[in-house]
Design a protein around this ligand. Sequence first.
Ligand code: PGA
Length: 260
Amino acid sequence: MEVIIQDTPEDCARIGASIIASTLRRKAHAVLGLATGSTPLVLYREMIRLHAAGELDFSMATSFNLDEYIGLAPDHPCSYRYFMEENLFKHINIRPERTHVPDGNAVDVDAACKAYELSIRSVGGIDIQVLGIGTDGHIAFNEPVSSLGSRTRIKTLHEDTREDNARFFDSMDEVPTHCITMGVGTIMECRQLLLFAFGKAKAEIIARAVEGPITAMVPASALQLHQDVKIILDTAAARKLEHGDYFRHVYENKPEWQRH
Ligand code: PGA
């Protein structure tokens, strides 16, 4: 794992966008794994800025999102499809038919989950996946005790997650109870992972995920087994890491060409 600690979320976003840009420059038809939530917004703003500056071309790229609420139509303002359209897709030149978000309105949810896995496989797998982390240690919507080998499937949301996400809805009653999410196993097969966390509310869970034992109680801890993962943190989210000084030392001493 490479832990990169920066002063601000904007500094983290610049690093993340530059890694994504170099992936797309190397492989124009790269498959991007995308995430929703507050955390990736600053990254998407930077990606949009690079695109507007002519430095990031998505014309050949494909994307897969991690998850979607069950029961929300794609045009519902709280659906993750809507989030992606508003916060990224409509500002860049990715082709709409190459963007994928699980179908929260599928009649046969199990079949939709299997089809999602197959469609990831049919384009050769995900090259680079963006991740946030929940305060309970979830990645995507893999809540505690999710199998670390799980695949795309239906999950019941933890009440803590529903409460965390209630801020996007008019009332708690409107927050869906279920979702479709890529599994931890699906995420572990992505070639490269970038996990972002900002703010002091994430400090405790980041320390557990990065420095604690690998356990299904903290699904993000499974990333310790991935060979190409960068954990990109602002100072507040990094403050409970026991080895923070070491992580800073490693990053500062990397040659420039190796940084991203
Ligand atoms: P947040 O959510 O970015 O809104 O904090 C992260 C997550 O739940 O994965």
